[in-house]
Design a protein around this ligand. Structure first.
Ligand code: PLP
Length: 377
């Protein structure tokens, strides 16, 4: 086992930023009141929750009431799809075969009797066929389009504004899973044609178990979780106060120097592409690595090789943490529904390297060196 540890699996989760931990500690240690209590202890914590909500709203140019805290991205995606059907009368969902399972499985579950499900066509890099989307939108039924902003396995980016405008033109609701892009790009949600977007704090150096659904103020939803009247009666349950504080701090930190972070991470990705192309003949990239792609994700398709069947395991022995697809299929790329959806050659081993602002060029050099060792010997 190597003593070196290189973490290149930031699309699965990211390390907590020290500043975020610091912001959370006073809430963990001192501010324990229930925000729904009307006494001083409760009112103080209510203030902390609402200050965090206002900070998030300000960073994204929305009103605080448009932010509904959830337990993370999965719950927020479920809420957008389920509430569209149950509260907004949606009878037709358009999505794609490479969405995260939080969307895909939810769509399959809600699209039972009398609710149609259509999958939009994609090209081999994962870009949506906009002409096909427009064709699917030509229907009398109330429609929800759910398409992710960036694919979590291959990084392909959706033209959010174009898709949103198309949805508007045809009177469809638009949900975009922005779990991989929130805090990685600056969003001006008041001026984006979206109805719902989703966020998960642990993808940008915040804590796990907290996220939110942004819900455009023109949309009224009934409670998604029944219980207390928290989150303006849309999601019952005592708030995850320290998580909310951590989320707000992580978002603020990420967006304060977002251009600098983007440049640093994009440089690492481009450098790794160049170094791999020089080092390993026959290497290819899944998705649109050199084009319209999320700068944190690089999905590499390696040539078939006798040692390649245990690639993730071998990299782990060298102390390199990567993934074969989404976190839930870590350890194997068998059955990646995204790579299969893009008709990739499943015999070639694919590895997702995903970077954060804490990664360095030296770590990329180490990973390329070990890959060279595996493939050229
Ligand atoms: N959507 C996408 C695109 C993701 O990558 C993930 C996490 O892997 C999720 C949703 C789920 O988020 P969470 O882990 O907060 O439930």
């Amino acid at each position: 086992m190597s003593t070196t540890k290189v973490y290149l699996d930031n699309a699965a989760t990211t390390p907590l930023a020290p500043e975020v931990a610091e912001a959370m500690i006073p809430v963990l240690k001192q501010h324990f009141g229930n925000p729904s209590s009307t006494h001083t202890f409760g009112r103080e914590v209510r203030g902390i929750v609402e200050t965090s909500r206002r900070k998030i709203a300000q960073l994204l140019n929305v009103t605080p009431g448009e932010i509904i805290f959830t337990s993370g991205g999965t719950e927020a995606d479920n809420m957008a799809l389920r509430c569209s059907v149950e509260d907004l009368g949606v009878r037709h969902i358009i999505t794609s075969s490479i969405e995260h399972h939080a969307v895909l499985h939810t769509a399959q579950v809600v699209c039972k009797e009398q609710i149609r499900l259509n999958l939009v066509k994609l090209d081999e890099k994962g870009h949506v066929d906009l002409a096909h989307l427009e064709e699917l939108l030509q229907t009398e039924e109330k429609t929800l389009v759910s398409l992710m902003h960036a694919n979590n396995e291959v990084g392909t980016l959706l033209p959010l504004e174009k898709v949103g405008n198309l949805c508007k033109q045809y009177g469809a609701y638009f949900h975009s899973d922005t779990v991989q892009t929130m805090a990685h790009y600056q969003f001006d949600l008041a001026n984006l044609p979206v109805d719902f977007v989703t966020c998960s704090a642990h993808k940008f150096h915040g804590p796990k178990g907290i996220g939110f659904l942004y819900l455009n103020k023109n949309i009224q939803l009934k409670p998604f979780i029944h219980g207390g009247s928290q989150e303006r009666n849309r999601r019952g349950g005592t708030e995850n106060v320290y998580g909310i504080v951590g989320l707000a701090k992580a978002l603020e930190l990420a967006l304060t120097d977002v251009e600098e972070h983007q440049k640093h991470v994009q440089d690492l990705k481009s450098y790794m592409i160049d170094e791999l192309e020089k080092a390993i003949p026959g290497v290819e990239f899944n998705g649109d690595a050199k084009g319209n792609s999320l700068y944190t994700v690089l999905n590499v398709s390696f040539p078939k090789h006798p040692k390649s069947s245990m690639l993730l395991f071998q990299l782990d022995l060298f102390g390199i943490a990567v993934s074969g697809g989404s976190a839930c299929s870590s350890g194997s790329n068998q059955g990646s529904h995204v790579l299969m959806g893009l008709n990739r050659d499943m015999e070639r081993p694919s590895v997702r390297f995903s970077f954060s602002r804490y990664n360095t060029k030296a770590e990329v050099d180490y990973a390329v060196e070990k890959l060279k060792q595996l493939f050229l010997n």
